[in-house]
Design a protein around this ligand. Structure first.
Ligand SMILES: [Ca+2]
Ligand SMILES: [Ca+2]
Length: 127
């Protein structure tokens, strides 16, 4: 094979013969096409077209565009860096163009005060 593309197999009539000399008709198929693909999917990521910059919004959107449909791409596949300390990316969309929603690191929530234990039911004093 010399390039990426479809590979299609078919058999013309009279390529094989039975003992009586009858030749086959042309082949029929339900799916005789396979795509030969040796090209890696390139990817770009940029701030989304509608993303304000700078922004004070709590969610910041980027757009990842692959050069062909892909699977297996999720938030854990996006590397985040920068001074704002973003830690979480959520990926949606596809199969070629994905929205990457990034949330800045949340300030640690103050721990909830522990609930006081329920008082034990008082035992009735024996008469
Ligand atoms: Ca096929
Ligand atoms: Ca490919």
């Amino acid at each position: 094979m010399t390039s990426d593309g479809t590979v299609i197999a078919s058999i013309s009539a009279d390529k094989a013969h039975d003992a009586a000399g009858n030749g086959n008709p042309a082949s029929s198929s339900t799916d005789n096409t396979v795509t030969y693909d040796t090209t890696n999917p390139d990817v770009t990521i940029n701030q989304a077209a509608t993303q304000a910059d700078p922004t004070n919004a709590s969610t910041i959107h980027f757009t990842a565009v692959f050069s062909e449909p892909v699977t297996g791409f999720d938030g854990s596949d996006v590397s985040l860096s920068g001074a704002a300390g973003a830690t979480t990316a959520v990926v949606s969309g596809g199969p070629s163009t994905y929205d990457v929603a990034v949330k800045p690191a949340q300030p640690a929530k103050p721990a909830k005060p522990a609930k006081p234990a329920k008082p034990l039911a008082r035992r009735r004093a024996a008469g």
